[in-house]
Design a protein around this ligand. Structure first.
Ligand SMILES: *Cc1c(COP(=O)(O)O)cnc(C)c1O
Ligand SMILES: [Zn+2]
Length: 407
């Protein structure tokens, strides 16, 4: 079986030994796990996937751990759903939704969390600390629970109930704070992260990306090894988009796909759109977005570490970057819900709104095969959606209208 042969910085290309606890490169760049794909290809024909496990571990030869070492909750291998109803509503004949809300803990974060916790466990770590918002802490807490880790989480006091309660439910010690401590050293003295802790605060770690990249492998396999014309993906840290792009490159080296790539569309929120701004200004990197705000927690990343790789993938694929307003993303999430039966989160909604706009301008063609990512379940954002569905007590009129049969 092929295992990771080295870890390489995506920015300065420095090479580091594989199989150690790592964060970002000293230059600040994103670290990427490299494999000896030529020898892996020899022992791993594509056809073997017919009997592979129904999880992201079906691609174990290009992951940093063996399938039987994985702390797994059966993450990944999510369905690619053809949604004729949503397609009609948007004017697209071949529209698909990659439904990541089916993952453990209801979002794509399960993939990265699984891989990160698996590697930490393999390296003897048994403690996890996180300073973060959104779906990451819950996903990490779930895998930490499965691995038997002790978990300490710091999150802002105004996080959605679902994010807070799921961490508590997984047995984590949760501290609500006014402002997130900006670095590990300022976290409470009793859990100062060092080599004995996995610091899950930033997701800019090589093994997290390896989990996220399996979305790209699945996409190819589910499209019968012919990639779609366009991939519309909600971009926060950008790790997901880069992971998908890395999977395409690896699969080409494995001889599984050709050199054609989908147009990569990065979707952000108008309240936090550093990638969109850099794309429009033709810049190689982003500048920090001030006063970042959006209900789409997955998109609230003011300065994505991997920005230059995201921008490069968008440009090389003749894609684009587009920002969506709060109202638009909630409307569009509900459009996916009502027309496809998938209760999308605001990030998935943002992808629907982006596709709609790009189909209208002709950037995307109605005959194109378009894949939208629904990265998280709407069930995790009930506070955001409750503004759309105020609850009324049953009125006398409803009773008189025969909706309620008096007893
Ligand atoms: C984290 C997250 C994203 C963004 O993914 P990145 O890989 O950080 O770009 C999108 N949607 C949801 C629901 C998320 O939790
Ligand atoms: Zn570097």
């Amino acid at each position: 079986m092929g295992r990771s042969s080295a870890i390489e910085c995506g920015r300065c290309f420095k090479s580091l030994p594989a199989n150690q606890v790592l964060n970002a490169c000293q230059c600040g760049g994103l670290l990427l796990v490299r494999y000896d794909l030529v020898s892996i290809a020899r022992g791993w024909p594509r056809d073997e996937l017919k009997t592979a496990p129904a999880s992201m571990w079906r691609y174990a030869p290009v992951l940093p751990a063996e399938a039987d070492e994985a702390i797994t909750l059966q993450e990944g291998w999510t369905p690619l759903i053809r949604t004729a109803g949503l397609g009609r509503a948007l004017g697209a004949e071949n529209l698909f939704v990659k439904d990541e809300s089916r993952n453990p803990t209801g979002s794509l974060k399960a993939r990265g969390a699984c891989c990160a916790v698996t590697m930490a466990h393999k390296q003897g770590i048994r403690k996890l600390t996180i300073r973060s918002v959104g779906n990451a802490p819950g996903a990490l807490a779930a895998y930490a629970a499965a691995a038997g880790f002790e978990t300490r989480i710091f999150m802002p006091g105004d996080v959605p109930q679902s994010n807070f309660i799921e961490c508590k439910a997984f047995g984590a010690t949760v501290t609500l704070v006014d402002r997130l401590p900006s670095d590990s050293a300022t976290v409470a003295v009793d859990c100062k992260p060092d080599e004995s802790w996995l610091d899950g605060s930033s997701l800019q770690k090589p093994y997290w990306l390896e989990g996220q990249k399996t979305m790209g492998y699945e996409l190819a396999e589910q499209c019968d090894w012919k990639l779609p014309d366009a991939v519309v993906y909600p971009c926060g840290t950008g790790i997901g988009l880069i992971g998908i792009w890395k999977a395409f490159e690896e699969m080409q080296e494995l001889g599984w796909i050709g050199s054609a790539r989908p147009q990569m569309v990065a979707v952000q929120a108008t309240g936090c759109q550093p990638i969109v701004r850099a794309f429009e200004q033709n810049a190689a990197e982003t500048e920090r977005w001030n006063n970042a705000h959006t209900v789409a927690d997955g998109l609230r990343v003011p300065k994505p570490i991997s920005d230059f790789l995201v921008l490069r993938a968008i440009r090389e694929s003749h894609g684009t970057a587009i920002a969506i307003s709060e109202e638009e993303m909630l409307d569009a999430a509900l459009l996916m819900s009502t027309s496809a039966g998938i209760f999308a989160g605001p990030e998935g909604g943002a992808c629907v709104a982006a596709a709609k706009r790009l189909l209208k301008t002709g950037f995307l063609k109605s005959t194109h095969c378009i894949v939208l990512f629904n990265t998280g379940s709407g069930r995790k954002y009930l506070e955001a959606f409750s503004t759309r569905f105020p609850r009324h007590a049953i009125s006398e009129q409803d009773k008189l209208g025969g909706l309620i049969t008096p007893r």
